[in-house]
Design a binder for this molecule. Sequence first.
Ligand code: NI
Ligand code: MN
Length: 225
Amino acid sequence: MATIKYLSHSAFLLDDGLHRILIDPFISGNPNAPVKVKDISVDYIVLTHAHGDHLGDAIEIAKKCKAMIIAVNELAKYIASFSVKSHNMHIGGSYEFPFGRLKFTIAHHGSSSPDGKYMGEPAGVIITLTGKNIYHAGDTGLFYDMKLIGEMNEIDVFLCPIGDNYTMGIDDAVKAVEFVNPKLAIPIHYNTFPIIQCDPQEFVDKVIATGRNAKVMEFGEALEI
Ligand code: NI
Ligand code: MN
């Protein structure tokens, strides 16, 4: 049994009872964050890309907790320059970590550091925890290869951006759920800023109308999977 806790925007805390894994920890600059950086304690931090609303407080948290950051090569090397432990991977590659397998997927987006440096390709990530497959799409537009991701992996939980402007909007995200065919889809990357304001329940209703399962997670809500 594993727990996934939604920290708002694209940030999640996964916990299998032995390992705590934080994804895209945008906390201190995030008006919806239900936690404080000082209260976070983790073993691993996974980054989908380097934009400020994903890299967030990763370096500070990693230093504080002596956590390892997992990211694509260019971003992982940038992280290493801050004397933080990092594991560099790349898209299509997977690796067996103590908590389980992690694989980076494509994402159609950009990736630059807060000071404007190129940080490699943005990614999505599939994390296997206690036998459950969690697919965090990162920031991305809709792409047809999501169908392949769904065909080759039984996705239990699909964390799917819906906020539009920078990523898929609701209708594209509903199509993405059709492609990925997860047991449960959870909307992410909305309502943090005025430009990504939308109603996550509209996404959920539209997914359910296609015969699939989706749920809005409250900011700070934890779910057992
Ligand atoms: Ni981004
Ligand atoms: Mn973003």
